[in-house]
Every structure is written in C-alpha cells, then in structure tokens.
Ligand binder design. Structure first.
Ligand code: MLT
Length: 277
C-alpha cells in the first residue's frame, strides 16, 4: 500500500488527526502547530484526498482506516495512540477502532456521527458521485457543501477562510471525491463499536453545525461511558478551522487529562456527559 502523505510534528504521545470531506490535512494546521508543542501530531491526507493517491479499488471507510493504520506501522508506532477525526475523518476513525481496537487509547470526535446514512442520504451521495465523475471535477461538491459548512459569523468575519477552504475542496481529485462519497454512503452504524470501546472520548461540535448538529452529538456522547462533550460557540461544521483557539484549548485539556500524557496522574475531566442545557 502506498504510504499516505502526512504531517508528523512534535514529540510525545502520538495523536492522529483525520480530516473531513473533501478536505486535506491542511485543515488541522492550527491544531498541529499548537498540539505539537507537547504531542507527536500525525495528520495524513486520507486516500484520494490532498496529496495521497486514490485507492485502486472502490474505497470504504475500512480501507481508508487500513491506510491510516499502515501509516502508523510504517512510522514504527506500535503503542496505542489518540485518534481524532472531523466528520468523514470521524467515520474513518470509527472504522479503525472497529478493526484495530488495541491501537487506540482515546478518541476525539469532532462534528461527526456514529450512525450510518439514511437510504435517502446514501442515494444522494451516489447521484453526486456520478455528477462528479461526469464533470471530472469536484467543484460542484464544494459549491453544494459551502452553504452548510460555516457559522454565519465565520462567513461575515473570515471570508478568506471560507474561500480558501472551498478552494481546497474544489481542487480535490474527482476520483477521490466520488470514491469517498460512495464509501460514506456504504458505511455501517458504528454506535455499538464506539459505546463498547470504553475509550475516553472528547465529543466536540460547533454550536451552529447544521450537518452534525449539537443535539445529535450530545445524544452520541450520552451513550458513552467516559465522554467529555463540548460545544464551540461561533462555529459551524468546521469548528477547528473556524474557532481554532477554542478547539485547541478543549483538545489540549482532554489530551493532558489522559493517563500516559504529560500531566500523568492528574484527575481528568472525563466524566459521563452532563445533561447540559
Ligand atoms: C464532512 O465534512 O466530512 C462531510 O460533511 C461528512 C458527510 O457528508 O457526512
């Protein structure tokens, strides 16, 4: 298997960050910069995205997860890592957890869900995949997603961020985008895998995320034995890009609380999620 293009920065316990659809590892720049002061941060381009090649066969969340685990192997990382993923990255993370439970010691799930697509959502993805293949270009996906990705305040205050993100999406290889759409459409429900893993989990969501809304993510967090649920104000679906400082604080607090992290032995914030407002 061709090794995934990736960033690998910092020293310390390893943290892997998986990007959303159809983005690339550049979405984690602010997290890589901040977290790598105390952790080894590994952020790959998932197969068919960024600089990573398209998989030879129609991809699945599992085959993307295998590529991530193969990257860890190739980097000589055998000890369990913290695995984080945003949206599609979360789907890939849960596929990795299902097939390699011993490789992970905690999860960070951002703006994502554990459930499968509805039949309608899966059919829409297939139709979009065909259009992308016909056009040979991912721009129509970027245009379709654009209105749902950002909080109104991001659109108003950071138009350059919106444009640069949409531009990354538009440049994604058509074959990678079509493959990822089909892979997402065929993914199974991973709720049981997540719940039974018993891993400490940070569940983080933008307050104005309309793709994976806070209520849905809170319901997911409530199923988990050890979870920390946090809403990021002023963010939509791409919380780590829109509100990097707030996300970094939440992620670092979570990471530092884990046994085996820098702040070993300190009581952690991982408690069953509170009912909240
Ligand atoms: C993503 O951001 O990765 C996508 O919105 C995921 C999805 O379409 O389910």
């Amino acid at each position: 298997m061709t090794r995934l293009s990736h960033d690998d920065l910092g020293e310390g316990p390893a943290v892997v960050l998986l990007h959303g659809f159809p983005l690339d590892r550049s979405m984690w720049r602010a997290q890589i910069d901040r977290l790598s002061s105390t952790y080894r941060v590994i952020a790959p381009d998932l197969p068919g995205h960024g600089e990573s090649p398209v998989l030879g066969v129609t991809p699945t969340m599992e085959s993307m997860a295998e590529a991530v685990v193969a990257l860890l192997d190739s980097l000589g990382i055998a000890e369990p890592v913290v695995l984080g993923g945003l949206s599609m990255g979360g789907y890939v993370a849960l596929a990795a957890l299902a097939n390699h439970p011993g490789r992970f010691r905690a999860l960070m799930l951002l703006d994502t869900r554990a459930t499968a697509d509805t039949p309608e959502a899966a059919a829409n993805r297939e139709s979009l995949a065909r259009k992308v293949e016909e056009a040979g270009d991912a721009r129509l996906v970027a245009d379709a997603m654009r209105p749902k990705l950002f909080a109104p305040s991001t659109i108003e205050q950071a138009p350059e961020l919106v444009e640069s993100t949409v531009s990354v999406m538009s440049r994604a290889p058509a074959a990678g985008v079509a493959g990822a759409l089909r892979a997402m459409a065929s993914r199974p429900d991973r709720t049981k895998t997540l719940r039974d893993s018993g891993l400490p989990t940070l569940v983080l969501v933008g307050a104005e995320d309309v793709i994976t809304p806070p209520d849905e993510m809170k319901a997911m967090a409530n199923l988990l034995p050890i979870a920390q649920f946090q809403i990021i104000p002023g963010a939509g679906h791409l919380a780590p890009l829109e509100r990097p400082d707030e996300c970094n604080i939440a992620m670092l607090a979570f990471l530092d609380s884990l046994p085996g992290s820098g702040d070993q032995g300190a009581p952690g914030p991982c408690v069953p999620p509170s009912p909240g407002p």
